[in-house]
Design a protein around this ligand. Structure first.
Ligand code: ADP
Length: 976
């Protein structure tokens, strides 16, 4: 370590009067520079003078400094101070000297003295420097330290280089730095630094990924090129063999049938091909044509010439002028009575066609080498075009997906606008935003004051909550407003409102608080760990909607950068073809049996499969055993045991319906206090019809519970298992998986389409559907019904809709199957009746057929869903994704997602949506007629209105984008 200028104190002290004299001289020189220039008259002289004056000045300063330091040393020593710095006022971006009087320090016997320190509460630029003994009077040691420009404080201790310290009685030493940043500005500076660093790392990472991608592409191209080469070789061999075989029997002429003049010719030559008309089936034809190709018709038909009568007398000879293709080894042809497409009679040499050898063709070996190369180039070109088209499609799909996500986020932010919103809507870290609040719609209605309490990062921000701020009246009259500065390390704004500064009545959104995401911050939301314990999972073990939700909700939450695991029984009837990297992991003992744990990836999700060796899940089915309750109870307990034994610490355990409801109470009774303490239990009811006992118990024990739409949550609110727990019960809509249901990438429909070409896409799908089901190919309104045939789905209304559609001269397609054989029979009879009375306009497909369902969603104009009750319903959502207009009964999730074009404009607007369908009340014919008639009339009469409606519904986002955000809010609320 250097000791810097501290050593300069060694120099002899300059006498005071000398300094004064020097100072005088200095002053004269400086003020009188013009005089000086005149008197010297030369530049050289001037420079010399300047140099000497500078030296003088420096010397004076140096002397002054030494004197000051000596004075400080004496003064401090006399007051018992062991420490001082020079200059005494420390400023940023400056070198200072630190002086320690060793004899006054706890290091008084140490031969070595070091200073160890840093700035700004030890957060910035640490340093260790050796101190040197000075020649000052007393035991003063010193060194030089650079104070960085960001410093507001210097913190340090002294030590002997080993283990003995002087740390100011454990308080450490500290010196303020004046005139630069303060602690807050430094915080921001640090965050900025961090952001720059992160950006740099992100750039580097992106560059690495780009290079890796390039390398991958190069390798892929190389492999593809090798594959094309190999294929070209095989293809060439095949052609060569065929041609060889042919050439064995090929002549230069056949007596009395045909010959070529001249007899020696090569590619590109013009030759005359003679044909004796009377030799074959064209003896009586008026016209004669030759249709030809070459090399066993390799490039198809390339020659078509009319023949002319020849002067030759020995037979009925005709000739045609033919240019021999340049790469021909063999010419191939037939004769006909007309040009291609309109000829009727042919002479095709008894199905063998005619062939002639090209006598002076290019050398065969060379020909095949070139041929192979050409095939290779063609394969490459085809591949390039294929890949380009695929890439373009993938890019467009990704772009549309991202745009939809962005629009949905905006909708999410606006969804509470009647209560709270920010300006700007998208809050940026490091900026100031205005928060607007409308107390009229909350418990603070009518209060004379509103105070906002705000913090960041779900109340975990290092600076804690901001002090309560009184909100001021906003210009729009209804709202009050406050301005909040958002720190750079925020990813979320949190607020609640109260009537007074010290509290009183609070609006905390029923315990959920208000949250607004912050963009561009340098800290990301820490990922949450969610474990689903479920007995169904699409597509490997799906019975109903529950299986879909488990997969697609998990995927959407995982897409938001959280970590999700699923625990599922290992049924013997699992569809393992959809499980990637499926492998055995370990075993554990519990419940008197060994349980094997298998692991695999399903749709990108980590799934643990539990296989108890007692055979509970080797029954060939998911549900349907006498002891289902016992089987699933066992599974729930085994799943919790698995989490415990394997050191999982999930934030949320999410269980579903009666079948994994036991997780809620087993967790609270047996696991909450023993290892899994961090977790909270969320319970979702997909259908209240089954297992009320289990559902009620899980409602009691879970931290939060949900059902699959807001309206269904209200409809079931009065049920005894639910009524006592409304304070923790929420309705969150399901979504559909936009990758599985995507008319732009759907292999079951004929033309891929987006909202841009919806009319064209749906027309093609309708035709394909009519063709496939044997319906009349006509432009009629087509009504689709895709459903389980149970009472829940409104069987009498379904039947009525079929008849009503036929009455209105529409077409109707029903795809559905009934678990109850009596209902199935009933529909079989109806199908028979309709297929004879309305064979060209009605088709009932009474089975489960997913590919057909895609074609119906795409080909139908309307999808009718007249359910008696419907917790959420996916059919109407899928319909809209395919641009089909839903016609639904106003119940449950159907009510929450379908907004009538005539009656629900405002209700839709409140959700940031346009109306998107037709709906009806009641459960009799009048209701459904009312909706269906309006729908069909609109189709017949106002097509210029109907087509844009299809586009509108297609552009609405019914994916998991928004529900996933709602679930995240709920998960966070469960953890509070
Ligand atoms: P639920 O779960 O009560 O049956 P949903 O509307 O939530 O009703 O989900 C039904 C899902 O099952 C939809 O995706 C629908 O397309 C599909 N579906 C129903 N019946 C059939 C069928 N016969 N063939 C193919 N898919 C069907």
């Amino acid at each position: 370590m250097e000791n810097g200028r501290a050593g300069s104190v060694e120099d002899k002290t300059v006498p005071v009067d000398e300094i004064i004299i020097e100072e005088k001289q200095f002053g004269n020189l400086k003020s009188d520079s013009t005089v000086k220039e005149e008197s010297t008259g030369t530049d050289e002289k001037t420079t010399e003078d300047e140099e000497s004056s500078l030296k003088l000045r420096l010397k004076m300063e140096e002397n002054f400094r030494k004197q000051e330091i000596e004075g400080l040393a004496e003064d401090n020593f006399s007051r018992g101070n062991k420490l001082f710095v020079y200059p005494q006022l420390v400023k940023p971006d400056q070198d200072i000297e630190v002086y320690l009087n060793r004899s006054l320090s706890t290091l008084n016997n140490e031969p070595d003295v070091f200073i160890m320190g840093a700035f700004n509460d030890w957060r910035w630029k640490s340093f260790t420097v050796r101190l040197n003994k000075t020649h000052l009077k007393g035991d003063w040691w010193s060194c030089q330290v650079h104070v960085p420009k960001e410093a507001y404080k210097m913190d340090f201790v002294f030590f002997n280089g080993k283990n003995a310290y002087d740390n100011n009685d454990r308080k450490d030493f500290c010196i303020p730095v004046e005139g630069g940043m303060d602690a807050y500005a430094f915080d921001d500076f640090l965050l900025e630094e961090k952001r720059r660093e992160q950006e740099k790392l992100a750039r580097e990472q992106a560059e690495r990924e780009r290079q890796a991608e390039e390398q991958r592409q190069r390798e892929e191209e190389k492999a593809a090129s090798e594959a094309d080469k190999a294929q070209a070789k095989v293809e060439t061999e095949k052609r060569r063999e065929i041609l060889h075989h042919l050439m064995k029997n090929v002549a230069r002429s056949v007596d009395n049938v045909w010959y070529i003049e001249p007899s020696e010719f090569s590619g590109d030559d013009l030759v005359r091909l003679y044909y004796n008309k009377s030799s074959g089936p064209l003896a009586h034809a008026n016209d004669l044509w030759i249709h030809g190709g070459y090399n066993n018709w390799n490039d198809g038909l390339v020659i078509a010439e009319k023949l002319a009568k020849s002067e030759r007398k020995d037979g009925d000879w005709w000739y045609g002028n033919v240019v021999v293709p340049d790469r021909a080894l063999v010419l191939d042809w037939v004769f006909a009575d007309g040009p291609p497409q309109s000829a009727i009679v042919y002479d095709n040499n008894h199905y063998q066609d005619f062939h002639a050898i090209v006598p002076k063709s290019i050398p065969e070996e060379l020909f095949w080498v070139e041929e192979e190369h050409q095939i290779y180039r063609k394969l490459q070109e085809e591949r390039r075009l294929r890949e380009e088209a695929m890439r373009a499609k993938e890019e467009r799909t990704a772009r549309m997906k991202a745009e939809r996500k962005e629009r949905t986020l905006e909708r999410f932010l606006l969804s509470q606008k009647h209560i709270v919103y920010t300006d700007p809507l998208g809050v940026q870290a490091g900026s100031a935003v205005k928060v607007f609040y409308n107390p009229a719609n909350t418990v603070l209605n009518g209060k004379s004051e509103v105070w906002i309490r705000c913090s960041f990062n779900r109340w975990t921000h290092r600076k804690g909550p901001l002090p309560p701020q009184k909100m001021l009246a906003a210009d729009n009259g209804s709202h009050v407003k406050a301005t909040v500065k958002v720190p750079l390390d925020a990813y979320m704004m949190d607020f609640v409102f109260s009537e007074r500064e010290d509290g009183g009545i609070f609006d905390n959104r029923d315990g959920m608080d208000y949250h607004v995401p912050v963009f561009g911050g340098i800290v990301k939301e820490p990922p949450m760990h969610i474990v689903h314990v479920a007995v169904e999972m699409a597509p490997i073990a799906k019975v109903g909607g529950l299986g879909d939700v488990v997969t697609s909700l998990s995927r959407a939450v995982q897409d938001l950068n959280h970590s999700v695991d699923v625990i599922l029984p290992k049924y013997d009837c699992l569809n393992l073809s959809h499980v990637k990297d499926f492998h055995y992991q370990k075993s554990y003992s519990w419940g008197g049996t060994e349980i094997k744990v298998w692991f695999g990836k399903v749709e990108g999700l980590s799934v643990y499969f539990l296989e108890p060796l007692n055979g509970m899940f080797s029954t060939g089915c998911i549900y349907g055993c006498r002891n289902d309750g016992e089987r699933f109870g066992f599974f729930c307990h085994a799943a919790l045991e698995f989490l415990l034994q394997n050191g999982f610490h999930p934030d949320i355990i999410h269980c579903h319906d009666w079948s994994s409801a036991p997780v809620a109470w087993l967790f609270k009774d047996h696991y909450m206090h023993y290892g899994l303490s961090k977790a909270r239990v969320v319970f979702t009811i997909h259908n209240l019809e089954f297992g009320a006992g289990n559902i009620g118990k899980a409602m009691t024990y879970s931290d939060k519970s949900t059902t699959v739409s807001p309206t269904y949550s209200k409809e079931v609110a009065g049920n005894p298992p639910i009524a006592p727990y409304l304070y923790k019960f929420h309705g969150i809509l399901n979504g559909i998986d936009p990758d599985i249901w995507d008319p732009y990438n759907d292999k079951f429909i004929p033309v891929s389409y987006t909202s841009e070409n919806v009319v064209e896409g749906k027309r093609a799908a309708k035709e394909a559907l009519q063709q496939r089901l044997g319906l009349k190919k006509a432009d009629l309104p087509l009504v689709g019904i895709i459903t389980r045939l149970t009472h829940q789905k409104g069987i009498h209304l379904i039947k009525h809709a079929i008849w009503q559609t036929l009455d209105r001269n529409g077409q109707v397609v029903l795809l559905g199957s009934a678990p109850d054989p009596r209902i199935q029979n009933d529909f079989v009879n109806l199908a028979n009746q309709l297929h004879s009375s309305h064979n060209d306009r009605a088709r009932l497909c009474l089975n489960y057929d997913e590919p057909l369902s895609h074609l119906i969603y795409a080909g139908a104009d309307f999808i009718v869903v007249p359910s008696i009750f419907e917790p959420c319903g996916l059919t109407q959502l899928t319909a809209m994704r395919y641009g089909s207009i839903p016609v639904v009964r106003k119940t449950g999730g159907l009510y929450d997602t379908v907004f009538d074009v005539d009656h629900d404009k405002e209700r839709a607007q409140a959700q940031g949506l346009e109306p998107n369908g037709f709906n009806f009340d009641g459960a009799d014919a009048t209701g459904i007629d009312y909706a269906l008639n309006r729908a069909i009339s609109a189709w017949y009469e106002v097509r210029e209105w109907f087509n844009p409606l299809c586009k509108t519904v297609m552009e609405q986002d019914w994916s998991w984008n928004k529900p996933a955000l709602d679930y995240m809010e709920l998960y966070h609320a469960a953890r509070k």
